[in-house]
Write a protein that binds this ligand. Structure first.
Ligand SMILES: Nc1nc2c(ncn2[C@@H]2O[C@H](COP(=O)(O)OP(=O)(O)OP(=O)(O)O)[C@@H](O)[C@H]2O)c(=O)[nH]1
Length: 380
């Protein structure tokens, strides 16, 4: 009996131990499963991979591009001088109308001829051309006398001959042999050089020509920004360099860009500081040499401020000794009664005035036309 009780007790203990082991194993298995499931009792579908937070539609990607700037449509070159004729007449009227009044006197004596000479000299025509004109007028009015054409007509003809309508005033701004035309704009700071580059670009754009600008005036910090703005307004690229950098390398880059873009013309603004002739020669000579490794320079336009009179003439002389000037741009003719400089500078350099500046507006630059100029001088 005692033995039976012992067997039963051992069996009970064994059952309890086995049951405990089974429970622990089951718990460990659950724990492991739970661990694999993410520590939750609930059988959940696998969690989706984490995603970038969904941004509101309007902030997706790059910020919306600003609306493309509206490009300006510059005024065509033809007829600009006619539009600006009034300004020319206002500034140069003293000369033209003054001459007309003196020559229309009943009796033209020596004093009158002297007055005529003074008027011409004051308008900066220069001594040589003044004497020439007076001689021709004297002869015609004496020889033709009462039979002569009206004084106004005689004067018009003689002034026109002095301005010389036979000079070739076309700008060389077309591609040649698969390369862009290259225009160097030279002149003393403040004459309106940078502005003229911008205005000329507008003239070319109006003629549907493609253009690249080169801001090789690295001397004046604002010049590059000023030029870039001019270009942007008409969709023209401007190549700029570091402030104080080498003007020749900017000019080189500009022409390289122009070659790549296959444009019609590259216009390069130069610094042209007139500190001394040797320095100027070095700078402009280098710019030209470097540019011509890629394409020939087709125009060297000298910008002169008409209000500076004889000073402008001195500048013209120095520049023409340093580079082969092919054309003159006379700026600020609207603010000067000294339109005679057209004649003087052409005589001095033997190159034509090709463009005239008649105001600060973006389209106030016009191809020079001798007939319209003389007509404006004489008034209607
Ligand atoms: N009235 C008038 N002003 C002009 C004309 N051309 C240029 N100007 C003005 O002259 C000033 C000088 O022009 P810029 O183009 O900055 O002169 P710049 O020769 O390039 O001078 P730097 O950049 O210092 O070399 C500006 O205020 C122009 O608006 C013109 O034909 N008539």
């Amino acid at each position: 009996m005692e033995l039976l009780s012992l067997i039963i007790a051992i069996a009970v203990v064994a059952i309890v131990v086995v049951a405990g082991l089974v429970t622990t194993g089951a718990r460990r298995g659950r724990a492991e499963l739970d661990e694999r499931r993410g520590g939750t009792d609930v059988l959940a579908p696998p969690r989706p991979a984490p995603e970038a937070p969904t941004a509101p539609a309007e902030t997706l990607g790059a910020p919306p591009a600003p609306p493309a700037p509206t490009l300006e449509r510059p005024e065509s070159a033809a007829g600009r001088l006619v539009r600006l004729r009034q300004r020319l007449a206002r500034s140069q009227g003293v000369l033209g109308r003054g001459l007309l009044a003196l020559l229309s006197r009943d009796k033209i004596d020596e004093d009158t001829w002297e007055e005529i000479e003074d008027l011409l000299i004051t308008a900066d025509i220069g001594v040589g051309p003044t004497q020439e004109l007076v001689e021709r007028l004297r002869t015609r009015l004496r020889v033709e006398g009462a039979d002569s054409a009206p004084v106004r007509e005689v004067l018009r003809e003689e002034l026109l001959a002095l301005v010389d309508p036979t000079m070739d005033r076309r700008l060389s701004v077309s591609r040649q042999e698969g390369r862009p035309a290259v225009v160097l704009m030279v002149g003393v700071n403040g004459t309106g050089k940078t502005t003229t580059v911008g205005k000329l670009a507008r003239i070319l754009v109006a003629e549907d020509r493609s253009v690249v600008l080169g801001a090789a005036d690295t001397f004046r910090a604002a010049a590059a920004a000023q030029l870039t703005t001019w270009g942007e307004r008409v969709g023209v690229d401007t190549v700029v360099g570091p402030e104080g950098g080498d003007p020749a390398s900017v000019a080189f880059e500009a022409v390289r860009t122009g070659m790549e873009q296959e444009v019609d013309a590259v216009i390069v603004d130069t610094a042209g500081r007139l500190q001394n002739k040797a320095g100027l020669m070095d700078e402009l000579g280098k710019v030209k040499r470097v540019v011509e490794k890629q394409a020939p320079v087709t125009e060297v336009l000298l910008v002169l401020d008409a209000t500076t009179g004889q000073n402008g003439m001195i500048q013209a002389r120095v520049f023409s000794e340093v580079v082969d000037v092919t054309g003159i741009v006379l700026t600020k003719l609207d603010g000067s009664a000294k339109g005679g400089i057209v004649v003087a500078v052409q005589r001095e350099l033997g190159v034509p005035v090709k463009l005239v500046g008649l105001g600060e507006g973006p389209d106030d630059l016009a191809p020079f036309d001798p007939g319209t100029f003389v007509d404006a001088l004489l008034g209607d």
